[in-house]
Design a protein around this ligand. Structure first.
Ligand SMILES: C[S@@+](CC[C@H](N)C(=O)[O-])C[C@H]1O[C@@H](n2cnc3c(N)ncnc32)[C@H](O)[C@@H]1O
Length: 245
């Protein structure tokens, strides 16, 4: 297997992920943004069999509720268990069907193998607590196990990230038709992959997962069957990571 691009622990392969996945090392985490088969884009065709080929402790999958329901028999074969789901709330929608609610979100589901206690998962914290979000309330009995001051802030300090993440879409700078923003991919990766771990993205597109992995110092492998996307991802990875104070 000859990589299309390789540098500092990050590799890109050009081709069908179903041909590469069986030959790749087991990863701590896979982040997959597969074709949902819900648009007229020529590559947006469901890639039968890919889920079964993934070898990892945890698997984040972007999709719609409809996609997960329609493909549930492929996700729930007994190999994977579902742990949780996160919603990406966009600032504007992508679908404009006049007879539906205007769609401004996507779902991201986390699956895992083995015992949950053995799977790397580190709750992510955020500094953007607001007065409304941090108003003190009497703690219900079922929350006794959550330590005061660590997971919940009353003063605008760090708090647990919510399962609905509001992040602007890549409108205006996207290099993939359905590019995901770093602001969504980064916390998923930091949650599920140890700092010295490896992530695989079988449907890499413009390489967002690989850029996030590079920022976090992780190893990563990305695969895309369109050479133009491999070229874009390689260029993004060749640019220096900007570090803001
Ligand atoms: C939804 S896009 C991924 C976008 C990516 N998350 C980003 O931020 O740019 C899905 C990508 O999967 C690629 N793809 C489709 N079938 C594939 C296959 N069998 N193997 C590898 N890549 C495939 C498409 O070319 C497309 O770029």
């Amino acid at each position: 297997m000859k990589p299309y691009f390789e540098h500092s622990g990050i590799a890109i392969y050009h081709g069908d992920c179903r041909e590469y996945l069986p030959n790749l090392p087991r990863a701590q985490c896979v982040i997959a943004d597969p074709p949902y088969a819900q648009t007229s884009l020529d590559w947006d065709v469901w890639q039968a069999g890919w889920i079964d080929l993934v070898a990892a402790d945890s698997l984040w999958v972007f999709g719609t509720m409809r996609m997960f329901v329609e493909r549930s028999s492929e996700f729930l074969t007994g190999k994977w268990r579902m742990a949780q789901d996160v919603v990406w709330e966009k600032h504007n929608g992508s679908g404009f069907q006049a007879d539906r609610f205007r769609r401004v979100h996507e779902s991201i589901a986390l699956f895992y193998q083995g015992a949950w206690s053995d799977v790397h998962h580190v709750p992510q914290m955020t500094q953007d607590a607001t007065r409304r979000q941090t108003r003190r309330k009497a703690r219900p009995a079922h929350m006794n196990g959550i330590r005061e001051g660590v997971y919940v802030s009353h003063d605008g300090g760090p708090r647990m990230m919510r399962s609905v993440l509001r992040v602007s879409s890549c409108h205006g700078y996207a290099e993939n038709e359905t590019q995901k923003p770093l602001g969504i991919v980064r916390p998923l990766l930091a949650y599920s992959c140890p700092p010295d771990g490896m992530v695989i993205d079988p449907f890499m597109g413009s390489g967002t997962t690989l850029v996030a992995a590079k920022e976090l110092g992780m190893s990563a492998i990305g695969i895309d069957r369109r050479e133009a996307q491999c070229e874009i991802a390689a260029r993004r990875l060749s640019q220096e990571v900007m570090v803001f104070a």
